[in-house]
Design a protein around this ligand. Structure first.
Ligand SMILES: [Zn+2]
Length: 449
């Protein structure tokens, strides 16, 4: 189902006209009402009248997360505090949190773009939505909640944590759609398995997961263990929250950006130059309709690529590839760029391993060392344990050695880096209770100073 076909299926020429008109207005508003931005534009000699349409977008400077921090809390807002209906904020792991605000108009759009995403993911009016995104300052919970209501769904505001209870609620209520982070979807799947509930008995049919990078390996796990067809939903609080882009169940190949509201570009991470379709770079987004906090050319830091080719679902909205990582998640190990998701993909195809892993980066002397801790699947762990117990130590050892060597070879061949793989028993690594999984422990930074 397509929630707003008149916008989601608009032909490109018409869409670009809408985008250009909205961009002109946005730039004038920001110039008039945000002194911080006006000063920046004046400094480089840009006037709102220089921007006639989206083809002039490249003339505008980027807005960065640091700009939001430097003007904390409301310095980039175009509206008075009293004209807002809601404020959200990022957790702010490094210093001040990022604060975002919404007018009534912003909230209406927030609901609609999330409804588009839910519909794209298979949800329909009347279905039960089990929403296990965190409610609170994080935009995920309330954003999806509003999207579900806008679509006409029955929303169960489960929020995160207490996984045992989540499973009971899904079973008792017969929820058909699940929304949460991909790592939490796996945690829920584990809890179903622990309670001996088979995927066929789980009422869920669709899952929209996002808010952290994930991979096809994780998708296969989520689909098979929960008995769903899962799709990606992408967003960031600075732009609106979830609903910036979403995958359709038809293709599940790239997330359609809600381009009438959010104009996406891919730029070179070093030079900032725009890149063509298919080339990987940093996603930069301009909000076209936001009232309280419009952002022009916002540097998301997310690494992806765009695809304007036709989609079988009928939407004409451009698709962005699964985010590979954030530029600030990227590790440089032995001079090679490594994203955690690449490691996940490399170990994902090895039999007996799970998507639960952690990267440990260390330096001895001047040499970087990368260790990959990864949990064994329950089946292989039990097989090895049984062999140990029946004194077939040689067999057990051989089994584990083969898995480890294959994982190391896969990492070497796919990423071009040598790593030491450490096999762990199932459930050994800390689990995220709805939050984002801690994938990297880099102890080199401590040694540098
Ligand atoms: Zn599609």
């Amino acid at each position: 189902m397509i929630f707003e076909p008149e916008m989601e299926m608009m032909e490109r020429g018409g869409l670009e006209e809408v985008q250009s008109a909205r961009l002109r207005e946005m730039v004038s508003t920001v110039y008039e009402r945000v002194p911080f931005m006006r000063e920046r534009y004046d400094e480089i000699g840009i006037k709102p009248s220089d921007i006639r349409g989206i083809s002039d977008l490249w003339k505008l400077p980027f807005t960065r997360k640091s700009d939001l921090r430097d003007t904390y809390p409301f310095g980039l807002f175009t509206k008075d505090k009293k004209d807002l209906l809601r404020i959200h904020a990022s957790s702010g792991t490094t210093g001040k949190p990022t604060v975002v605000g919404y007018t009534a108009g912003d909230l209406e759009i927030f609901g609609k773009v999330c409804a588009r995403a839910l519909a794209g993911g298979g949800a329909e009016p009347g279905m039960l939505l089990h929403n296990a995104y965190g409610y609170g300052l994080f935009t995920g919970g309330l954003g999806i909640h509003q999207g579900g209501e806008t679509l006409g769904m029955v929303v169960v505001p489960a929020s995160t944590g207490m996984t045992e209870r989540q499973v009971r609620l899904i079973m008792d209520f017969g929820s058909q759609v699940l929304c949460c982070t991909p790592s939490y979807a796996l945690t829920i799947a584990r809890e179903f398995a622990r309670q001996g509930i088979d995927a066929k008995e789980i009422p869920l049919r669709f899952a929209l997961v996002g808010a952290e990078p994930w991979t096809e390996t994780m998708r296969a796990e989520i689909d098979s263990h929960l008995g769903v067809r899962s799709v990606n939903i992408y967003g960031l609080s600075e732009i609106i929250g979830p609903g910036v882009s979403f995958e359709c169940t038809e293709e599940r190949h790239g997330s359609h950006i809600n381009e009438d509201h959010f104009l996406g570009e891919i730029v070179d991470p070093e030079t900032g130059a725009p890149l063509p379709d298919g080339e990987e770079g940093v996603l930069v987004i301009t909000t076209l309709t936001k009232e309280a906090l419009p952002l022009i050319r916002y540097w998301t830091g997310d690494v992806t690529s765009l695809d304007h080719s036709k989609c079988s679902c009928g939407r004409t909205l451009v698709r962005m590839a699964m985010v590979k990582g954030r530029t600030d998640d990227m590790l440089i190990v032995k001079g090679i760029n490594v994203y955690p998701s690449q490691i996940e993909q490399a170990i994902g195809c090895v039999r007996g391993l799970t998507p639960f892993y952690r990267l440990l980066v260390d330096r001895s002397g001047t040499l970087d060392r990368l260790d990959v801790e990864v949990e064994l699947s329950k089946e292989v762990f039990e097989e090895a344990t049984a062999e140990f117990l029946s004194d077939e130590v040689v067999e057990a050892d051989k089994l584990l050695r083969e898995i480890r060597e294959e994982a190391q070879r896969s990492i070497r061949e796919n990423i071009g880096i040598s790593a030491r793989v450490i096999l762990l028993e199932p459930e050994r690594l800390p689990r995220s209770e709805g939050g984002k999984a801690q994938r990297v422990v880099d102890t080199r930074k401590v040694l540098v100073s």
